[in-house]
Design a protein around this ligand. Structure first.
Ligand code: 5AD
Ligand code: SF4
Length: 473
């Protein structure tokens, strides 16, 4: 096990048409057609984080704007694109195994393209390892994508975009959004932090924020198009710095987004603890449209390891931020990311991470085994932790967190939450929705046609990852 997640889950519920991450054929099941799919068809598969999911929505928009049609299977596609993730080695390997499936591919019927973080990181290497690939475009070079597609259409054998556009953000005229209720919107791209384990500053380039007026204009357009929930995205979303003379702070931008008519929920992810100020908590406290959830990754509970990770805060400083959030007038859920098995991590360090879980009382945790990444400063650090030991530490973290979540969720039994209904089960009367605090609530209702509605649901039972309830009619 290299990754484990204790986050809300939709047990037993089929999501009808929601987020497209990893949609498509199961691994190893790629069937290559020798038929002739329509010339302007594309298949796009996404790996990784929400930023990638949203980038894919924009890539799809670029292609739709050029007259392409999106298809659901590789078979039916002329252009096959993978939007890739390289945050951990396993994710990157997965892409090369996918590409390997095209090795014996005989003709020119399909154009294979690699986008995203693996593209940015591996560059030309991809053409060498997989000569059948014809397009490589990195996640920091998407502003070049329309030109690259034009070059492919003109018959160029291989095209590549790998510059890091230091001043451009990826904006498109059309964005084909996957989720009919929640719209993602990137407000800051890249990352200027230099966490010693992290490949993101290399794959996504330096930090660039979007002007506040441009963000607000897009939110207005989204509200007019019927979206009621906006999720603002950035690797360090709260490091947002308005480049325009308006100089809105991140908290001011949140408030302004929430004030747009038609917007009922505003989320943001991911926050960096160093830049997380009291003004954000005050904004959440006073504006009901701002969801009561903060994703605030700690990575480790040990100040010694945090220093080696170059996270720029200590355990105590982090816990002060948590205390500040807990002092808010309305309860705010907090979730986190944890890395176990960072080089040199001792038993005492692991104990500190476990005790931090007790102190922070998270509502959800993503935990990962440390994976050395190219270019990062931690890559060659001594005292690597053996993989089996990393696995044991991961299990210890998740066991502790599971009990915390069990207790926290059980304490909610009897409470009523407003949920945005975004899933329907095949079984009639069974629905799924998300609370403002980001928990998923699976529930029953005698009513029909609830998708996209905001409804009150009373919690009847709880488990570590899930709440079950009934519609209060
Ligand atoms: N190894 C393991 N986990 C990592 N993350 C980032 N880089 C690595 C790595 N090299 C985790 C961090 C981050 C999340 C998105 O992925 O916890 O917050
Ligand atoms: Fe990576 Fe650190 Fe930037 Fe997050 S803040 S993307 S972990 S370098």
């Amino acid at each position: 096990m290299i990754y484990s997640e204790l986050m809300p889950q939709q047990f037993d519920i089929r999501l009808d048409t929601l987020t497209g991450a990893s949609a498509g054929s199961p691994e190893g099941a790629i069937v290559l057609s020798t038929g002739a799919p329509g010339d302007k068809t594309f298949y796009l598969e996404t790996f990784g984080c929400q930023m990638n999911v949203h980038d894919s929505e924009k890539v799809a928009g670029v292609l739709l704007g050029r007259g392409y049609r999106q298809v659901e299977t590789i078979d039916a596609a002329k252009l096959v694109l993978y939007n890739t993730c390289s945050i951990r080695e396993k994710a990157a390997q997965k892409i090369f195994s996918r590409l390997g499936s095209y090795r014996k591919y005989p003709g020119e019927e399909k154009i294979i393209g690699v986008l995203g973080c693996v593209a940015q990181q591996e560059g030309e290497e991809i053409f060498e390892r997989s000569p059948w690939v014809r397009l490589v475009c990195g996640s920091a070079s998407y502003s070049k994508l329309p030109d690259l597609i034009a070059e492919l259409e003109a018959g160029n054998r291989r095209v590549m975009g790998l510059d890091t556009d230091t001043d451009a953000t990826f904006e498109t005229e059309i964005t084909r959004r996957d989720n009919p209720f929640r719209a993602y919107l990137t407000i800051i791209e890249g990352c200027d932090k230099a966490c010693s384990y992290c490949v993101v500053p290399f794959t996504r380039g330096p930090e660039r924020s979007r002007a506040s007026a441009s963000v607000l204009k897009e939110v207005r357009r989204l509200a007019d198009a019927g979206y009621s929930e906006i999720q603002l995205l950035g690797q360090t979303v709260n490091s947002y710095r308005d480049p325009s003379p308006k100089r809105k702070t991140f908290a001011e931008l949140l408030v302004a987004v929430a004030a747009i008519p038609g917007i009922r929920r505003v989320r943001f992810t991911t926050s960096h603890p160093r830049d997380f100020g009291r003004d954000i908590v005050e904004a959440i406290d006073s504006v009901p449209e701002l969801c009561d959830h903060v994703h605030l990754p700690v990575q480790s509970g040990s100040t010694r390891i945090l220093r080696a990770m170059l996270r720029t805060y200590t355990r105590e400083e982090y816990l002060e931020k948590i205390a500040m959030i807990r002092e808010a007038r309305r309860p705010i859920s907090v979730t986190s990311d944890i890395i176990v098995g960072f080089p040199g991590e001792t038993e005492e360090d692991v104990e500190e991470t476990l005790s931090l879980l007790d102190a922070a009382q998270y509502d959800g945790v993503f935990a990962f085994q440390y994976s050395p990444r190219p270019n990062t400063s931690a890559r060659n650090m001594p005292d690597a932790i053996p993989e089996e030991e990393k696995g044991r530490r991961l299990a210890r973290v998740m066991d502790r967190q599971r009990e915390i979540q069990r207790a926290r969720n059980e304490a909610l039994v009897g409470e009523t939450f407003e949920v945005l209904v975004d899933g329907a089960s095949r079984r009639p009367g069974q629905w799924s929705g998300r609370c403002s605090n980001n928990r998923i609530l699976n529930f029953t209702s005698p009513q029909e046609k609830l998708l996209g509605e905001y409804v009150p649901v009373r919690v009847a039972s709880a488990s570590p990852n899930c709440l079950v309830g009934e519609h209060v009619v």
